[in-house]
Design a protein around this ligand. Structure first.
Ligand code: ZN
Length: 243
């Protein structure tokens, strides 16, 4: 069974379409949250995703923000401007779908799925080996798939030496999943690891392999839609930087 693992689409329909085309046929899709926020296509992304068969989708912090679950004051000016735009753009239908998404860890095929971390499924960022170490104690399966940081990476736990290591795998190289590990497929719609290509991964359940992948998409088209929508220019500029 091949599983398409993706995260942090962030209302970028062009990047999502490129990923779906590049991934080809898969048996299941596991999405680790943040369907909306930053990008110009929140309704289109939600519509496209929810129509996919065999989809499991987690709730992300930007999905929570779009639902109005947070006070406006905690956001900076740009974030507030995006939220105001989202408020008038996101349909009732989209909102209802976001509200239906799970905010707690889900276990699929023996893998823990969360947006942020097992300790704090919606909010915590696993950016370093210390935070990863603390989280290995918070899930029982061998593997955990997370999103949220927009970095395509993996944290491995070497139980014999009691060491946690951070690895940045090479896109297109198939990895054997041996030790306990936390895998991040990277972000579809707003990568932040200095590679502007859309990121995702293929998980093969029987073979127990993980293949991180990158795919080019029409960044200029998305930047134009962001600017035309009157969203903050930073959201457009950063797509070209992969940051
Ligand atoms: Zn995100």
């Amino acid at each position: 069974m091949r599983v398409l693992v993706l995260s942090d689409i962030h209302a970028n329909l062009t990047a999502l379409e490129a990923v779906l085309a590049d991934a080809g046929d898969t048996d299941e899709i596991w999405c680790l949250g943040d369907l909306v926020g930053y990008g110009p296509d929140p309704n289109e992304v939600v519509e496209r995703m929810r129509a996919m068969p065999h989809l499991t989708c987690m709730l992300g912090n930007h999905d929570v923000a779009a639902m109005g679950g947070m006070e406006m004051e905690v956001f900076n000016t740009e974030a507030r401007r995006s939220l105001q735009w989202q408020k008038k753009t996101i349909t009732e239908d989209t909102l209802n779908y976001l509200k239906s998404l799970p905010d707690q860890t889900i276990i699929k095929q023996g893998v823990s799925l969360v947006h942020g971390s097992p300790r704090d499924p919606v909010w915590e960022y696993i950016l370093n080996t210390l935070v990863a170490r603390l989280n290995f104690a918070a899930f029982e399966t061998d593997f955990c798939f997370v999103g949220h940081t927009h970095n395509q990476c993996m944290f491995k736990l070497d139980t014999k030496r009691d060491r946690v290591s951070l690895e940045i795998p090479k896109p297109g190289v198939v990895l054997e999943m041996t030790s306990r590990a936390i895998f991040n497929p990277g972000s579809v719609g707003q990568p932040r690891d200095r590679d502007p290509r859309a990121a995702y991964a293929i998980y093969d359940v029987e073979k127990q392999t993980w293949e991180p992948r990158r795919v080019e998409y029409d960044i200029l088209a998305v930047q134009k839609r962001i600017r035309d929508a009157g969203l903050p220019d930073k959201h457009a500029a950063r797509l070209a930087e992969g940051w």
